[in-house]
Design a protein around this ligand. Structure first.
Ligand SMILES: C[C@H](O)[C@H](O)[C@H]1CNC2=NC(N)=NC(=O)C2=N1
Length: 96
Protein backbone atom coordinates (compact mmCIF):
# COMPACT_ATOMS: atom_id res chain seq x y z
CA UNK A 1 0.00 0.00 0.00
CA UNK A 2 1.35 3.46 -0.87
CA UNK A 3 2.34 5.67 2.03
CA UNK A 4 -0.23 8.45 2.49
CA UNK A 5 0.77 12.11 2.34
CA UNK A 6 1.55 14.07 5.49
CA UNK A 7 -1.36 16.19 6.62
CA UNK A 8 -0.94 19.96 6.61
CA UNK A 9 -1.11 21.90 9.90
CA UNK A 10 -4.70 23.06 9.20
CA UNK A 11 -5.71 19.50 8.33
CA UNK A 12 -4.21 18.29 11.63
CA UNK A 13 -6.10 20.99 13.54
CA UNK A 14 -9.36 19.98 11.84
CA UNK A 15 -8.74 16.32 12.68
CA UNK A 16 -7.97 17.19 16.32
CA UNK A 17 -11.29 19.04 16.51
CA UNK A 18 -13.02 15.74 15.84
CA UNK A 19 -10.81 13.54 18.02
CA UNK A 20 -11.84 13.90 21.63
CA UNK A 21 -8.96 13.64 24.11
CA UNK A 22 -6.15 13.83 21.57
CA UNK A 23 -3.57 16.62 21.32
CA UNK A 24 -0.46 17.41 19.36
CA UNK A 25 2.72 16.55 21.28
CA UNK A 26 6.15 16.48 19.68
CA UNK A 27 4.59 16.46 16.20
CA UNK A 28 2.59 13.33 17.03
CA UNK A 29 -1.04 12.68 17.93
CA UNK A 30 -1.04 11.99 21.65
CA UNK A 31 -3.56 10.69 24.15
CA UNK A 32 -3.51 8.94 27.49
CA UNK A 33 -6.37 6.53 28.19
CA UNK A 34 -7.30 5.54 31.74
CA UNK A 35 -9.26 2.40 32.53
CA UNK A 36 -10.70 0.80 35.65
CA UNK A 37 -7.94 -1.75 35.95
CA UNK A 38 -5.11 -3.51 34.12
CA UNK A 39 -7.43 -6.08 32.57
CA UNK A 40 -9.45 -3.40 30.77
CA UNK A 41 -6.30 -1.54 29.70
CA UNK A 42 -4.69 -4.65 28.27
CA UNK A 43 -7.94 -5.74 26.57
CA UNK A 44 -8.01 -2.34 24.86
CA UNK A 45 -4.41 -2.77 23.71
CA UNK A 46 -5.14 -6.26 22.42
CA UNK A 47 -8.08 -5.07 20.32
CA UNK A 48 -6.04 -2.15 19.00
CA UNK A 49 -3.09 -4.41 18.18
CA UNK A 50 -5.33 -6.31 15.76
CA UNK A 51 -6.33 -3.00 14.15
CA UNK A 52 -2.64 -2.07 13.85
CA UNK A 53 -1.91 -5.29 11.98
CA UNK A 54 -4.91 -4.85 9.69
CA UNK A 55 -3.90 -1.28 8.83
CA UNK A 56 -0.19 -2.13 8.84
CA UNK A 57 0.11 0.94 11.00
CA UNK A 58 1.65 0.64 14.41
CA UNK A 59 1.44 2.91 17.43
CA UNK A 60 4.15 4.08 19.81
CA UNK A 61 2.53 3.19 23.10
CA UNK A 62 3.10 2.19 26.68
CA UNK A 63 1.09 0.76 29.51
CA UNK A 64 1.33 1.29 33.25
CA UNK A 65 -1.34 -0.62 35.19
CA UNK A 66 -4.63 0.99 34.10
CA UNK A 67 -3.14 3.66 31.80
CA UNK A 68 -2.30 3.38 28.10
CA UNK A 69 -0.34 6.21 26.48
CA UNK A 70 -0.36 6.41 22.69
CA UNK A 71 1.66 8.53 20.27
CA UNK A 72 0.87 8.34 16.58
CA UNK A 73 2.94 9.33 13.57
CA UNK A 74 3.59 7.77 10.19
CA UNK A 75 7.31 7.04 10.14
CA UNK A 76 7.39 6.37 6.39
CA UNK A 77 5.89 9.82 5.70
CA UNK A 78 7.83 11.72 8.38
CA UNK A 79 4.71 13.12 10.00
CA UNK A 80 1.03 12.71 10.75
CA UNK A 81 -1.15 11.19 8.02
CA UNK A 82 -4.74 10.06 7.64
CA UNK A 83 -3.63 6.64 8.93
CA UNK A 84 -2.86 8.19 12.33
CA UNK A 85 -6.27 9.87 12.38
CA UNK A 86 -7.91 6.56 11.45
CA UNK A 87 -6.07 4.74 14.23
CA UNK A 88 -6.90 7.42 16.82
CA UNK A 89 -10.57 7.28 15.80
CA UNK A 90 -10.57 3.52 16.26
CA UNK A 91 -8.86 3.83 19.66
CA UNK A 92 -11.54 6.27 20.81
CA UNK A 93 -14.29 3.95 19.60
CA UNK A 94 -12.86 1.15 21.76
CA UNK A 95 -12.43 3.30 24.86
CA UNK A 96 -15.09 6.01 25.11
C1 LIG B 1 7.33 -2.02 6.02
C2 LIG B 1 6.10 -1.62 6.77
O1 LIG B 1 4.98 -1.64 5.93
C3 LIG B 1 6.24 -0.24 7.32
O2 LIG B 1 7.41 -0.16 8.09
C4 LIG B 1 5.03 0.24 8.12
C5 LIG B 1 4.72 -0.57 9.36
N1 LIG B 1 4.01 0.19 10.38
C6 LIG B 1 4.09 1.53 10.44
N2 LIG B 1 3.57 2.20 11.46
C7 LIG B 1 3.69 3.53 11.56
N3 LIG B 1 3.17 4.16 12.61
N4 LIG B 1 4.34 4.22 10.63
C8 LIG B 1 4.88 3.65 9.56
O3 LIG B 1 5.46 4.35 8.72
C9 LIG B 1 4.76 2.24 9.43
N5 LIG B 1 5.24 1.62 8.39
Amino acid sequence: MATPQRLTDPEIQTALGELSGWSLQGNKLHRQFKFGNFNQAFGFMTRLALVAETLNHHPEWSNVYNRVTIDLTTHDAGGITELDVKFATKANSFAD
